[in-house]
Design a protein around this ligand. Sequence first.
Ligand code: ZN
Length: 61
Amino acid sequence: MGDVVQFKRPKVSLLHKGNTLCRSGFHKWEVINEKQFDVKQGKLVTVYRCKRCAKIKSEAL
Ligand SMILES: [Zn+2]
């Protein structure tokens, strides 16, 4: 019966790792809109979203 206890930790620490990475600025970016025209910048940009925290960023090409 005592053996079950050791399964408690892994998943929680994985979640924390993801959040910590995002807070440190290491997001898991995925492209959601490639070569979109940004009126404000007057040029084409690629829009990214973080898979973990859903933050959006755009990058000029
Ligand atoms: Zn993130």
